[in-house]
Design a protein around this ligand. Structure first.
Ligand SMILES: Nc1ncnc2c1ncn2[C@@H]1O[C@H](COP(=O)(O)OP(=O)(O)OP(=O)(O)O)[C@@H](O)[C@H]1O
Length: 256
């Protein structure tokens, strides 16, 4: 589904990604882990067309994302959830409007030839809220009336709205306290089971990544140094940098 080949990126001569290669298969949950500044977000930005790679290609079902029209179907197929949910929501928009916008933009109406009927749109927004554990009372609220965890649930609902095949989750739990992180992990697992969506889960937290991901890529200074299963990452560590990440992980909570 997603295939990244030989991806490199330099900012003003400073090389931040070197020869990145990996793929994400349909339904797969792939973790991308590394310390701050290792290049994780730059990979995500290249995938979403927010940064232009210096070299390499990003293929979606065999077609290059770099030459594809911005409005074409990959914009719908790949969605992103950022670290700071409040900064990702328009503070002047109700939650209803934030969730209705992608439904309208990507023309997700059941009858694609006609526009959304207001009632049908509200029903779909309610469904999206329910899918992330919120109810219809949130529709008329503004982001500053919600907790950070609730805002992140709204951001996840917004990412789900266009019916994506892959969601890039860029440090989505970092702004949340540990109890809320555990609830969000449960939600992400449930959504993965019900929505037939793949995740690229970006984090610096090896505990969270190993809890959610089947496969984990470890990135150090712009180079992928390890591609392992979540179990293998902990019990059969292949690279010294991964061992350092593990050593730096404080005794983490058990999310079961
Ligand atoms: N627009 C930019 N211009 C110049 N340098 C940049 C730019 N964006 C990122 N960088 C640099 O690229 C490197 C990788 O940054 P990136 O944000 O991808 O790392 P990261 O692993 O996501 O870090 P974090 O976990 O702190 O978000 C860093 O050294 C950063 O300073």
């Amino acid at each position: 589904m997603l295939q990244i080949n030989n991806l490199s990126k330099a900012f003003r001569g400073k090389q931040v990604l070197r020869d990145i290669r990996f793929s994400v298969a349909p339904g797969e949950i792939v973790g991308l882990i590394g310390m701050s500044g290792s290049g994780k977000s730059t990979i995500a930005k290249c995938m979403l067309g927010l940064e232009k790679p210096t070299e390499g290609e990003i293929l979606w079902n065999g077609r290059s994302l770099l030459t594809w029209n911005q409005k074409s179907s990959w914009r719908q197929a790949i969605q992103i959830v950022f670290q700071d949910p409040r900064a990702s929501l328009n503070p002047r928009w109700t939650i209803q409007r934030s969730l209705a916008e992608p439904l309208i933009n990507f023309n997700m109406a059941s009858d694609k030839r006609s526009k959304w009927q207001p009632k049908e749109l509200d029903t779909r927004v309610q469904q999206l809220l329910l899918e992330v554990g919120l109810d219809e009372r949130f529709m008329q609220r503004y982001p500053d009336e919600l907790s950070t965890g609730q805002c992140q649930r709204v951001c996840i609902a917004r990412a789900l709205a266009p019916g994506p095949k892959l969601i890039v989750l860029d440090e989505p739990l970092s702004a949340l306290d540990v109890t809320i992180q555990a609830q969000m992990l449960v939600l992400l697992k449930e959504l993965h089971a019900t929505q037939q969506v793949s995740y690229l889960f970006i984090s610096h937290d090896i505990a969270v990544v190993s809890e959610l991901c089947e496969r984990v890529l470890v990135i150090d200074k712009g180079i992928i140094v390890e591609d392992n299963t979540a179990q293998g990452l902990i019990y059969d560590t292949k690279h010294a940098y991964t061992r350092k990440l593990l050593a730096d992980t404080p005794s983490y909570p058990n999310f079961d």
